[in-house]
Design a protein around this ligand. Structure first.
Ligand code: IMP
Length: 427
């Protein structure tokens, strides 16, 4: 059985906590897109883990797969595994798709160069080389893990890619920051470190599914950062929607049994581009400070705003969520009023879909439904149960559920695993 967890907004919906929680009942946890531009924070007891590449289930000793749709920086993977070892985490098997692409030092350099040149079209990337690595995949000058672990192939492919990049960078006035010899040395080390992890992951996943195993697919980023459906060009370079799970892991669409959409109780965005419900006033500061809204990967402050149901409705259309999980409800505590955007008005007309055109999006005025605020002590409501939440908070949740017409699978009221009301399992 395959269940997929996806972000319904701009990423950072606290998916890490949920995948970690649901991974408890999973046999295998799979990532299918992105790379170390993702950052999942998991809190277990007093310990905090910040994972960038490894699927969240790793902390629970689950077997994990880094799927073919990913772009993987071996240096970061090495750091992450070393950290888990140093913290005595007893982790399961790590499988890397032989088709996953390898992030090279020149991808990181290219990310920085291109962002500088793009002016107002820049995405505000994480500068981890994600976009350039996916570009090379599509241009077919990429290096995959199957190439990395075969010395002769690696040298041949590196030779071609390096000379193309060298000429390209030179034409823009830059020298290569890392020499070919240094790359060969470092990457030979990664090849021997990860050689035994590299395998035919689509066969592994499909066989596990045929054998009745419970498989959790962990989305990274969010629907509105998708390369096709995100706020282009301020989006990421992979397909973050449910369809990306099929191509990025090698499973047929019909093998997916359940899709869970994670909806943060408000909106955040890291990077450039219009955010219609953005708040630059005291309400925005409240959300940023109380929600600790700083990027896991880059530490950049996130832009905060009211919950935008236009985003989530469009995400539902693209992914067909069987259920939603609302996260960080506690962050809204202490506000006198809470708003939800139910539509956009542009040039005097109400829009019925999320616009593709960024100039149109920038001119959208949110239509709000307003709620009286609430406050609660997390420990107290957890002890007394969901019904003990303040009536205003419950009306807010009920409104979201009824507007979206998607069942509420649960609500998270704090970063720890147990700070959660769960109504329905995903397996
Ligand atoms: P890239 O993925 O590093 O190329 O960055 C492209 C855009 O996606 C930028 O606006 C980033 O801030 C955003 N982005 C990438 N990964 C994440 C994430 O995990 N959470 C939130 N935003 C992200």
């Amino acid at each position: 059985m395959i269940s997929v967890i996806l972000g319904s907004q701009w990423g950072d919906e606290a998916k890490g906590k949920l995948t970690d929680m649901y991974a408890e009942n999973a046999d295998l946890v799979v990532r299918f897109q992105g790379g170390n531009n993702a950052g999942h924070t998991i809190v277990v007891g007093d310990e905090t883990f910040k994972l960038r590449l490894l699927p969240s289930g790793i902390v629970q000793g689950k077997d994990v797969v880094l799927g073919n749709g990913m772009v993987i920086d071996p240096e970061v993977l090495h750091e992450e595994i070393t950290e888990l070892r140093s913290r005595n985490i007893d982790f399961g098997n790590i499988y890397i798709s032989e088709r996953a692409h390898v992030i090279m030092p020149y991808h990181k350099q290219e990310d920085v160069i291109l962002e500088d040149l793009k002016g107002k079209l820049k995405a505000g990337t994480t500068k981890r080389g994600i976009g350039p690595c996916y570009s090379d995949k599509v241009s077919r000058i990429g290096i995959r893990f199957t190439d990395l672990i075969d010395q002769a192939t690696f040298l041949e492919k590196l030779d071609t890619a390096y000379s193309i990049k060298e000429r390209f960078f030179k034409s823009l006035g830059y020298d290569m920051e890392v020499s070919k010899d240094d790359i060969i040395k470092a990457y030979a080390g990664y090849a021997s470190m990860f050689g035994t992890y590299v395998t035919d992951t689509p066969s592994l996943i499909n066989k596990a599914n045929d054998a009745g195993k419970r498989i959790l697919f962990e989305g990274a980023q969010g629907t509105h950062l998708d390369i096709d459906f995100g706020i282009y060009p301020h989006n990421t370079s992979s397909n973050t929607v449910c369809g990306g799970a099929c191509t990025g892991a090698g499973v047929p669409p019909r093998s997916i049994n359940r899709v869970l959409g994670v909806v943060k109780a408000y909106t955040t965005r890291v990077g450039a581009g219009p955010v219609p419900t953005e708040l630059t006033d005291a309400y925005g500061k409240h959300l940023a400070n109380k929600g600790h809204e700083f990027g896991t990967v880059t530490g950049r402050p996130r832009r905060c705003g009211w919950l935008d149901l236009m985003l989530v409705k469009y995400a539902h259309m693209l992914n067909h969520f069987d259920g939603i999980f609302i996260t960080k409800l506690d962050v809204l505590c202490g506000l006198d009023t809470v708003k939800v955007c139910t539509g956009y008005e542009v040039d005097g007309e109400v829009m019925d879909h999320f616009p593709a055109n960024m100039d149109v999006l920038a001119r959208c005025t949110p239509v709000y439904k307003e709620f009286d605020g609430w406050d609660f002590a997390c420990d107290e409501v957890l002890e007394k149960g969901y019904d003990s939440l303040p009536a205003n908070a419950k009306s807010y949740l009920k409104f979201i559920e009824s507007e979206l017409r998607i069942p509420l699978y649960g609500v998270s009221v704090g970063p720890r695993r147990h700070e959660t009301f769960t109504f329905k399992d995903i397996f």
